[in-house]
Ligand binder design. Structure first.
Ligand code: PBG
Length: 338
């Protein structure tokens, strides 16, 4: 090694550990693995072709036949888990979201087909009524139509969870933010002989503008019943609140949730860290539709490097303390890591 002369006395030089690729990987603190990722998938009714989602370039809604092909690709990329969301036909929606309890509904058929073809694939589902209600809320409305009725909604959600568990869903994900939902669903599952079905609790689900593109994806629109703008402020957490997430975490853990989740992910890294420190349960984070779309949109304009920003956004979520990341990038990211 050639001797270097320096006019300064700088014995501590952190750059020593950044010199070569070998030493950088030796000291790398955070690693992303395909096994940590969950691919959200939109399921479409019928036997047609997959359809595009304008606000989410690269993401499609899949009829069941194509969903199977997509899951084959996802498994080959090394991702072992998916979470399903239905695009419900407008004609099947009503104010009480009855289609959610159809024993032959779209999600039920999708789960059966997936579990038959790929028993090793972990299949998760979303428990909430918004894909099924005309007003787009996650539950049924109170008599005056001004709010979502917590306990009447729970009566529906527990049945929905049991129906899905009975056809082999590995884990149900209540995303409705009703009080008491984890406990009510846990008891219903246990009473139905589905003690092995897990609960991925949407513990800290914030009232976020970043869900915008998702509403297009599942075809759930703004509500006429609430004056045109759909507000979920009476049940989702306010973006201003951090301690409140810890309260939700405590309740979900007491009610026997298996995994606690923070959603969205990128704008809530502090909350991911708080929950990581507050519990021994695995922590999941949901990088939501708007987080995906903003990277895609900037990349389309040549303003950001998509591959770099995709990976960096996911590493940041992992670094904050998430064990598991639900992301629309799952398949693509995993394929780049092989
Ligand atoms: C509703 C639900 C939403 C998402 C998942 N489940 C939207 C909402 O609460 O309005 C959003 C996911 C995303 O944006 O990717 N149960």
């Amino acid at each position: 090694m050639p001797k270097q002369s320096s006019p300064f006395n700088i014995p501590c030089r952190p750059r020593r550990l950044r010199k070569t690729a070998a030493i950088r990987s030796l000291t790398q603190e955070t690693w992303l693995r395909p096994e940590n990722l969950v691919q959200p998938l939109f399921v479409l009714e019928g036997n047609g072709k997959p359809t595009d989602i304008d606000a989410m370039p690269g993401i499609q809604r899949f009829p069941i036949q194509y969903l199977l092909k997509e899951c084959e690709t996802i498994l080959k990329a090394g991702v072992k888990a998916v979470i399903l969301f239905p695009h419900t036909l407008g004609s099947l929606k009503n104010s009480t979201g009855d289609e959610a309890l159809n024993p032959n509904g779209l999600i039920i058929r999708a789960v059966k087909a997936l579990k038959k073809e790929f028993p090793e694939l972990m299949v998760m589902t979303d428990i909430a009524l918004d894909p099924y209600t005309t007003h787009g809320h996650d539950g049924v409305l109170t008599v005056d139509g001004l709010d979502v009725d917590n306990d009447r909604t729970l009566e529906i959600l527990e049945k929905m969870a049991v129906l899905q568990a009975e056809v082999g869903v590995d884990m149900v994900g209540p995303s409705d933010m009703m009080d008491g939902r984890v406990g009510v669903i846990r008891r219903a599952l246990d009473n139905a002989g589905c003690a092995d079905t897990g609960i991925l609790a949407y513990t800290a689900k914030y009232n976020s503008g970043f869900y915008g593109p998702f509403r297009e994806a599942v075809g759930s629109t703004t509500s006429a019943a609430t004056g045109g703008t759909l507000s979920k402020k009476t049940y989702q957490l306010s973006p201003t609140n951090r301690r409140e997430a810890l309260l939700e975490a405590e309740l979900d853990e007491d009610e026997c949730a298996d995994i606690l989740m923070v959603k969205p992910a990128g704008p809530y890294l502090d909350v991911i860290r708080d929950l990581r420190l507050a519990t021994t349960l695995p922590i999941a984070a949901y990088q939501v539709s708007g987080e995906y779309s903003q990277i895609l949109a900037a990349a389309e304009r040549g303003w950001l490097d998509k591959d770099r920003c995709r990976e960096e956004s996911l590493i940041a979520i992992k670094r904050a303390g998430a064990d598991i990341i639900l992301t629309y990038f799952a398949k693509e990211q995993a394929a780049c890591m092989r």
